[in-house]
Ligand binder design. Structure first.
Ligand code: ATP
Length: 264
C-alpha cells in the first residue's frame, strides 16, 4: 500500500550544516494498517510524513502509494489520495466560512479547483450525519462560522473533514499535541472511531508514548532518520512504556533522551 524503498532526504547538502533527515529508509505499510510513529526530537518523524505527503521530494529512493510511483509527484497531485491533519487546530479549517461551507470544501478534496459558495441541499443531511459522530452538537450549527468554535471543536472538524471523502492514506502530524489533555483524549477517541470505521491506512506521529502504545496496530520508533524499532502483532499488544524504554537502552546503550517523548 505504502512502500518506501531506500528513501534519502538531506538538507543543506554539501555544507557544514548538512542534515540527513531520512537515511536510506525502507518501510512497507499495509492497507488499513494504523501505525503510530514516535522518536525523539529530530528523529525524522515529520520528514517521513513530509516525504509521503509531498511537502518535499526525496533526493533518492522510491515512494509507491496505491501501486503508483509517486516519488516525483507534487503535493497537490497527491492530495487526491492523501489527507493530513496538523498540530495547529486553527490550520485545517477556514474560520470565515460556515461549518457547512467547510464541509462542502472537504468533499471536494483532490478534485478540480474552484470554489462554489453554495452548498447543495442534498449534502446537508450527509454533513449532519457525519458531524453527529463527533458528539459535539455541531450538526445543529451548520450555519455558524467555524471561527466561533473552540480549538478542540475545530480539530474534531478537521479530522472529520480530512476523512469525509475517504483518503487512501491519512497522515496525523501530532494532531492532538496542542490540545488540553481532556480535549486531546476526546480527539483521540474520535480518531480511533473514524480510522476503524473506514479502515484507513494511517500514520500518526505522537510524542505521547502511552498513546503510541495504546492506539494502532503497529508502532515504529525512528532514530537519526532510520527505523529503530518496528513493533506489531502480539508484541505491540503486550508493549508497555517500560518495555519500550528498556528496548531503547538495550539497542543504544543509553537512556532515551527526550523529555517531551517521555512526558508527552
Ligand atoms: N526544511 C528543513 N530544512 C532544514 N533542516 C530540516 C528541515 N526539515 C527537517 N530538517 C532537519 O531534519 C532532521 C529531522 O527533522 P524532523 O522534523 O523530521 O524531525 P522530527 O522527528 O519530526 O522532530 P520533532 O519531534 O522535533 O518535530 C532534523 O535535524 C531537522 O532539523
Amino acid at each position: 500500500m505504502i512502500i518506501l524503498e531506500n528513501c534519502m532526504k538531506r538538507f543543506h547538502q554539501g555544507t557544514a550544516s548538512e542534515v540527513v533527515a531520512l537515511k536510506d529508509m525502507s518501510l512497507q505499510i499495509k492497507l488499513g494498517e494504523f501505525v503510530t510513529v514516535i522518536g525523539s526530537n529530530g528523529a525524522g518523524k515529520s520528514s517521513l510524513l513530509n516525504c509521503i505527503g509531498g511537502s518535499f521530494l526525496i533526493d533518492s529512493g522510491k515512494l509507491q502509494i496505491c501501486g503508483q510511483n509517486m516519488s516525483k509527484w507534487p503535493e497537490y497531485k497527491r492530495a487526491k489520495y492523501i489527507s493530513r491533519v496538523f498540530q495547529d487546530p486553527m490550520k485545517g479549517t477556514c474560520p470565515s466560512a460556515t461549518i457547512e461551507q467547510n464541509m462542502a470544501l472537504a468533499l471536494r478534496r483532490g478534485l478540480s479547483r474552484g470554489l462554489s459558495k453554495g452548498v447543495k441541499p442534498e449534502y446537508l443531511d450527509r454533513f449532519r450525519e457525519a458531524l453527529s459522530l463527533l458528539d459535539l452538537g455541531l450538526e445543529n450549527r451548520l450555519g455558524d462560522r467555524v471561527g466561533l468554535l473552540s480549538g478542540g471543536q475545530r480539530q474534531a472538524m478537521t479530522m472529520l473533514m480530512a476523512t469525509l471523502r475517504r483518503p487512501e492514506v491519512l497522515l496525523l502530524d501530532e494532531h492532538i499535541a496542542a490540545l488540553d489533555p481532556k480535549t486531546a483524549a476526546q480527539i483521540m477517541s474520535i480518531t480511533k472511531k473514524i480510522v476503524e470505521e473506514q479502515q484507513l491506512t494511517t500514520l500518526m506521529i505522537t510524542h505521547n508514548m502511552k498513546h503510541a502504545i495504546e492506539f494502532g496496530d503497529r508502532l515504529i520508533m525512528l532514530h537519526q532518520g532510520k527505523v529503530l524499532f518496528d513493533i506489531h502483532g502480539k508484541d505491540k499488544k503486550e508493549l508497555t512504556v517500560e518495555k519500550l524504554l528498556g528496548k531503547f537502552y538495550q539497542s543504544q546503550g543509553e537512556e532515551l533522551n527526550s523529555d517531551s517523548l517521555l512526558l508527552g
